[in-house]
Design a binder for this molecule. Sequence first.
Ligand code: PMP
Length: 393
Amino acid sequence: YTGKDCSILLSDCPVNANSYAKNPIIGSIVSTRRPFVLRAFLDATSREQRGSGLGMAQDELYLSRWDIYVGSAETVIRKLHSVVGNAVTDNRFVIFGSGSTQLLAAAVHALSLTNSSSSGPARLLASVPYYAMYKEQAEFFDSVHLKFEGDAFAWKNSERNDNTTQVIEVVTSPNNPDGKLKRAVLDGPNVKTIHDYAYYWPYFSPITVPADEDLSLFSLSKTTGHAGSRFGWGLVKDKTVYENMKRYITLSSMGVSRTTQLHVLQLLNVVVRDGGDNIFHFGHETLKKRWETLNKVLSLSTRFSLQKIKPEYCNYFKKVRDFTPSYAWVKCERPGDANCYEIFREAKITGRDGKVFGSEESFVRLSLIRSQDDFDHLIDMLKKLVLQEGVEA
Ligand code: PMP
C-alpha cells in the first residue's frame, strides 16, 4: 500500500486486497476466514469516505465469499428513502454525522460561510415552538459568523428584517415539540433553510410528499430507535455546502465511526428487506394505541389540552391517517396554572418546560416514545392528576 500507517487509520488508507492482507489488523480478519467482515466493512464505509485512493477493480475487494452482497450504508439509506417515499435522494450528496446533532452544527457552519451580506453575522431562526438544540448550539459555539435570533415569524414582521441580512431558518417537520408538519416561514435570496426531518417517518406522521429540499437532515435515533449509536445523515444538493459540512465533520471527529456505519448498514438492510412493513407497522400501531389511551384520559379534563392535528393522506400506508407524534404538547388551560411544568412535576410527571422551546410556561412536553412501562406509568400518574379536577371542582 502507499505509505500511510494502515494499522491505525484503516479507513483512510487507499485499499486493495493485498494491502489489507498485509495489514496487521485486517490481515488477521482475513486469516480467521471471516472475509465477509472485511467486505461489509468496506461497503459500510461510504465511497466518499473510503477516499479516492480506491482506484481498483471492484472485484479485487472480494477476497472470497463472492456471493455475499451487503451494499453500502449510503446505498441502503437511498433505498430506505425510496421505500418510505419520504425524501428524494437523486442529485443529492449523502453525508454522515455523529447523530444529526453534529450535522446540524455542520450545516449551520456551512451555510453561515456563504454570507456575503455586510449586515453582520448570519441570523439563525426557527418558528416557535422550536427544538431547543438550535439555540443552545448556536449560543455555545458563539461563532462570529452566526447569531441565534429566535422566532422566524417575529423576524419576518420586524424592522430588523431588511431582506439583505443572511438568515438561516431551521424547519423541523414534523416539529419537536408539537408534531406538526412545518413549512419555512421565510424566503428570498438572503434565506437558506435547513430541514430537520428527524421525525418524518410513518410512525409519527403521514408521509405526505417526498422531501425535496436543499439540505435535509435525518437521524437513526428516530428511524430505528438506536439513539445511542449516534448516527445521522444529511441529503445535500449544493456541492460547496456539502464540502464545507464534510470539512466540519472531518475536523471535529475525523468522520463517523466505521463500526457504527457497519451497524447502520446491518440495521437498515433489515428495515428495507420487507419494504419497511414490519417495523413501520409495529411502530405506528404502538403509537396509535398510546395516543388513544392518552386522548381518553385527557378527554376527561378541562384543565389540560393536547395539540390537535388534522389527519392527512399518507403515501406510505396509502390511507388517510392521524398524526401520532412522539410528544404530547400539553397546555395548562387554567389562568392560575401559570407554570405547567411545575404542575406536572408536583404530580410526579417530568416533562419539558414550554419555555425551553421558545414558547410559554403554560405548555409542557411529555415524551411518548419511552418504554411501555414508562408510558403505562405516565398514564397512571395522569389519571390521578385528572381525577383531582373532580375533587377540586
Ligand atoms: N432534531 C430533532 C428535531 C430532534 O428532536 C432530535 C433528537 N431529540 C435531533 C435532531 C437529534 O438527533 P440525533 O440523536 O441524531 O443527534
